[in-house]
Design a protein around this ligand. Structure first.
Ligand code: AMP
Length: 403
């Protein structure tokens, strides 16, 4: 069975065609600058194998349907991995916000599309892009089943005392203001992977998952169910990120309005685009921050320390919330590739049972699963590469009665 996974941004479209018999990626690609004067597709057939072929297409795409139409010509036909669209069993879409309605992967119907539209008010930057992907796939792959896999779904088990904000309760009832959490596909994938690695049923596995990429979030998973996560109503809350502040004093809007005359919109832009690592040292990519530190840049050093302190702070909080934890799991771009961040984030956690092994942490081969805690650490520490596309494909396949 072959599943096509689509992940749309406002001007981009990522895809992977996965063979569910062996989890192999048959092709993958990225269409960028959709809607611009010139767009670009980078398509890889049989990536990572000796049959790999990379193709680039440069031409304008007026919308997501035009871009996906061009991609469809690369995914199916002649020498492509599948001959016709009919060889694709289903299409799985990453949809960011499913509100309180969607806690499971869901087959797309007109009612589901309407509900995703209704949640655009909660994710104005993300849900419209998901809808464009659904619209494009409906036009180009008529008759192929489609599923929505929601970023918020894994967090649907968080109890009310953890997801509510301490503001008038009526605002939750009227507008749905609460913690939803994001990156759920990634947190769920690495938590399940951990249960396989340690040989425990998922329903008995408890862990803290630490997703550190462009966006950063953490989740506390107790006996296979998410019980807390660091992002909130929007993906701005929680950890410090590349350009996002994470947690700040909620009075900041009023303070900046009173003292600098900022509008709500200006503060929103400041917190989302000008803050985080970038706000402290001017750089938002962790690799650049390390290069700057090596040249003696004190602000880059401070940004790194702040970033790791926040991770440590949340690990401590989630260990307390879990009351028993098998492992802390690092994943995503920074979590998988940056031993310094892992070392600083765990270095004083020995007293609460999380003991990192320096040699293991710095010594392992990237891209592989690795245990980086000491043998006597009560709570293990793992690095587990995330694979959101495979998780979306697996969840989509599960709706068809397979996997
Ligand atoms: P992701 O969103 O998971 O693709 O992560 C992207 C981020 O991972 C980038 O912005 C970098 O900050 C970070 N990253 C990627 N590779 C490395 C690396 N080798 N060392 C440190 N950070 C990295």
């Amino acid at each position: 069975m072959k599943i096509l996974v689509l992940n749309c941004g406002s001007s981009s479209l990522k895809y992977q065609l996965i063979d569910m018999n062996n989890d192999a990626v048959l092709c993958s690609g990225l269409a960028e600058r959709i809607g611009d004067a010139m767009g670009k597709i980078t398509h890889k057939a049989f990536p990572g194998t000796d049959k790999q072929k990379v193709l680039t297409v440069e031409e304008p795409f007026k919308d997501h349907t035009a871009a996906l139409g061009r991609c469809a010509g690369l995914i199916t036909g002649g020498e492509a991995p599948v001959a016709t669209p009919a060889d694709i069993a289903a299409i799985g879409h990453r949809v960011v916000h499913g509100g309180e309605a969607f806690r499971q992967p869901t087959l797309i119907t007109p009612e589901v599309v309407k509900a995703i539209k209704d949640f655009c008010s909660l994710a104005p930057l993300h849900n419209p892009a998901g809808l464009m992907g659904i619209e494009a796939a409906t036009a180009l792959f008529p008759g192929v089943k489609q599923a929505a896999v929601f970023d918020t779904a894994f967090h649907g088990t968080i109890p009310d005392y953890a997801y509510l904000f301490a503001i008038p309760f009526g605002l939750y009832q009227e507008l749905g203001i609460r913690r939803y959490g994001f990156h759920g596909t990634s947190h769920g994938y690495v938590a399940k992977k951990l249960s396989q690695i340690i040989g425990k049923p998922f329903e008995q596995t408890s862990c803290v998952t630490v997703h550190l990429g462009n966006g950063c979030s953490m989740a506390a998973v107790k006996n296979g169910q998410c019980v807390d996560t660091s992002m909130g109503l929007t993906p701005l809350m929680g950890l410090m990120m590349g350009t996002r502040s994470g947690d700040v004093d909620p009075s900041l809007h009023a303070f900046l309005a009173a003292n600098k005359g900022y509008t709500i919109e200006q503060v929103d832009t400041l917190l989302n685009k000008e803050s985080g690592l970038k706000g402290i040292c001017g750089l938002n990519d962790m690799r650049d921050i390390h290069s700057a530190r090596e040249k003696g840049d004190k602000k880059a050093e401070l940004a790194l320390k702040m970033f790791c302190y926040r991770v440590k702070h949340y690990i401590g909080a989630y260990l307390a919330a879990l009351d028993g934890c098998d492992a802390v799991v690092f994943t995503a771009g920074i979590g998988e590739n940056d031993p310094d961040v892992r070392q600083y984030s765990c270095d004083t956690l020995g007293a609460v049972g999380v003991k990192i092994d320096r040699d293991r942490n710095f010594g392992f081969k990237r891209g592989e699963v690795c245990k980086i805690s000491t043998d006597d650490s009560p709570v293990a520490i793992y690095v587990i590469p995330t694979n959101e596309e495979l998780e979306i494909a697996t969840q989509t396949a599960s709706l068809l009665g397979s996997k």
